[in-house]
Design a protein around this ligand. Structure first.
Ligand SMILES: [Zn+2]
Length: 343
C-alpha cells in the first residue's frame, strides 16, 4: 500500500481531494497543480497516477482509496515502465515544444494498453510556449473519457488563463519546518560517509530552498550551496565596490542561468518583504538586504523582480548568463546610497 500523505504529510489535503473525487466518481479530465519549486508536485502526480491506474485500490479505515502496490499496474508503475503513463517536460530549449504536445494528443486518443485509463503529466505547464499551449487547448476542449491530464505549475510562473480555466486547480502548500526537517532526515539516512550531509548543511539547504524539501535535498547533496556562497561573497564585495562587475558576474555564471536567476529573485523578494516590514527568508543575506531596504523605496525591489522575470523570458533565447548577471548586479548596486550620492 502506498500513501503519499504518510511520507509527505504536507501533501495530505490535495491528496485527500483526489481520493474523494475518485471515490465519488467525479474525477476531472484535467488537473492543474501549483506549488513552489521542489515542494513535491511531481511526487504527488506520481502518487495520483498510481492511484488512478491501480486495478485493486484498497480502502483505508475511513474510506479513502489507496493503490494496492501489488497488482500488475502497480508493479509496472514502480518499475517506471507503465505504457499508459507519459510525462512531458521541457527539453533543451527549456520549453515544451509543439511536437511534444502533438504526441500527447495522439496518446490521449489512443486506447490504453494495459490499464483502464491513460495519464499524461506535463511537468512544468508554465514552460509551454505559445504554440504548444494552443495545441494543448484542443486536447483540453475535447476531453476523452479514459484520459486524465495532470499539469504541474511552479508558483509565480504564469499559465495561460484559457488553459487554467479548463482545469480543476489544486495547490500544494509548503511543509512546516518540522515536517521538512523530518522528511529530509529520512531521505539522507541511507547516505554514507562524506556523502551524508551534515545537520548544518541540511538546515542551510532548507533555508536556501525556501522550505521546499525536495529542492533542499537536491541542494544538500549537490554543488549548489558552495556555488551560492561564492556568488553571495562576490555579490557583497561588488556592492561595497571591492570587485569589478565582471568578476562578480563570473561567480554567478558558474551557477547557470536558472539557479542564478533563482538567487536574484529570492533576494529581490526578500528585499520587498523587508521594505514592507517583514522578514528575509535568506537570513544570511538578511543584514545586507535590511540595509538596502532602509535606504530605498519599496518599488525598487519590485523593479528588480521584474528584471529577473525579463531575464527568465529572455533565457528561452539562449542569452548569456554572464551578461544577465552583470545587468542585474549593476541594477542592484544602484540601490547603494553611497553610489547614489557619488553620481
Ligand atoms: Zn495496484
Amino acid at each position: 500500500m502506498t500513501d503519499i500523505a504518510l511520507e509527505m504529510p504536507w501533501l495530505e489535503k490535495p491528496w485527500q481531494m483526489i481520493q474523494r473525487l475518485l471515490s465519488e466518481g467525479r474525477l476531472p479530465h484535467a488537473l492543474l497543480v501549483t506549488g513552489e519549486c521542489g515542494v513535491g508536485k511531481r511526487a504527488w502526480a506520481d502518487a495520483v497516477s498510481g492511484l488512478l491506474l491501480c486495478s485493486a485500490p484498497s480502502l483505508k479505515e475511513g474510506d479513502a482509496p489507496v493503490a494496492c502496490g501489488e497488482c500488475r499496474q502497480c508493479q509496472l508503475l514502480s518499475a517506471s515502465s507503465h505504457p499508459d503513463v507519459r510525462v512531458f517536460s521541457p527539453e533543451k530549449s527549456r520549453m515544451i515544444r509543439i511536437e511534444q504536445i502533438r504526441s500527447l494528443s495522439a496518446f490521449a486518443v489512443s486506447s490504453p494498453q494495459v490499464a483502464g485509463r491513460k495519464i499524461a503529466v506535463i511537468d512544468r505547464a508554465d514552460q509551454l510556449n505559445i504554440n504548444s499551449a494552443n495545441a494543448l487547448l484542443k486536447t483540453l476542449e475535447e476531453p476523452v473519457p479514459d484520459f486524465v491530464l495532470i499539469l504541474l505549475q511552479e508558483s509565480g510562473r504564469p499559465v495561460l488563463p484559457t488553459i487554467r480555466s479548463r482545469c480543476q486547480v489544486l495547490s500544494i502548500p509548503l511543509p512546516s519546518t518540522e515536517q521538512a526537517d523530518q522528511w529530509l532526515a529520512t531521505k539522507v539516512t541511507h547516505l554514507e560517509g562524506d556523502k551524508k550531509p551534515s545537520a548544518e548543511l541540511l538546515a542551510k539547504s532548507l533555508m536556501l530552498a525556501g522550505n521546499a524539501p525536495r529542492l533542499a535535498l537536491e541542494y544538500a547533496t549537490g554543488e549548489f550551496p558552495g556555488l551560492r556562497d561564492d556568488a553571495f561573497d562576490k555579490f557583497r564585495q561588488f556592492m561595497r565596490g571591492q570587485v569589478a562587475v565582471a568578476e562578480a558576474a563570473k561567480a554567478f555564471k558558474a551557477l547557470g542561468l536558472e539557479d542564478m536567476l533563482w538567487l536574484f529573485e529570492g533576494w529581490a523578494a526578500d528585499l520587498a518583504r523587508l521594505c514592507a516590514g517583514g522578514k528575509a527568508s535568506d537570513h544570511e543575506a538578511g543584514e545586507m538586504l535590511w540595509f538596502l531596504a532602509s535606504n530605498n523605496p519599496a518599488w525598487r525591489a519590485h523593479e528588480l523582480l521584474d528584471m529577473v522575470r525579463e531575464a527568465r523570458t529572455a533565457g528561452v533565447y539562449n542569452v548569456s548568463p554572464e551578461l544577465e548577471a552583470s545587468r542585474l548586479l549593476i541594477a542592484w548596486r544602484e540601490l547603494m546610497p553611497t553610489r547614489r550620492r557619488a553620481t
